[in-house]
Design a protein. Sequence first.
Length: 280
Amino acid sequence: MILKAFSVVATLILFSGALFSEDWVGSYDSAAIEEHQGDVPVYPLSRIENLRKPISPRYVRVLDWKTYGEGGKLLQKGILFTYQALRSSDVALAGDFSGWQGRPMKRNKNGIFYYILPVRETEEGNRILTYRYKFLSGGIWFPDPSNRVRTDDGLGGSVSVYELPQEDIDRQVTLRTLREKKPGRERLIEFAVHEGALARALRKSSVKNVSIVGDFNSWNPDHDWMNKGEDGIYRLRMRLSPGEYSYRLVVDGNWILDPFNPETRKHLKLEDLVSYAVIR
């Protein structure tokens, strides 16, 4: 566990670039989060647990050491919703993402209820960008007082609306399995990595060509090329059967390890380390 935690922390420090800026230390007030409404900082969970006033919804990344110690993920990502109710013991978040069923929010010591909603995906792996929601307490529904964007709910009232400003790709994971309504024997896998991470790994200002090599394509660097999107992220999707896989990224002719995957193995034929992943 200690080695695992050290590895994750080292990766976060190396590639997030903001952990020890003002996003990481300082007073735990709402203003500190308000300052970063336009970007995606990394916060410790304690900052949200110490909010003194509600804030408008926004996408955040949160380091949750408690959940990580219990076997969960260290980096929690999603849309942060908050509501202040000093005299209430329970408040729920409901919306089109939950079939309008209330999801209990956590209450901090200052009477701020909060909930981090993971970003939704379509079957094809694309992010859903629009979220319609209300708060529910004591059997009463009400829109978000901190969010002025609302629309008619068709019942004479209104619902709050949050628009995710941009598609987010998990910056700490290059390989992920996309969810499908009817998964077959093979899994739909997406490789996605930002050009900035690859450039830093090679100590270059930019990169031009990226491909994937592995035992799934006989280590052929010309077989699976990644396409760069307007957001600077190189992506490639393929179907793989469940099992263990070794791979590397080929960046402008340089074979490198996956910068966000600490799992490696010694490849006997290549006589070098390769990145290692398990598809379930």
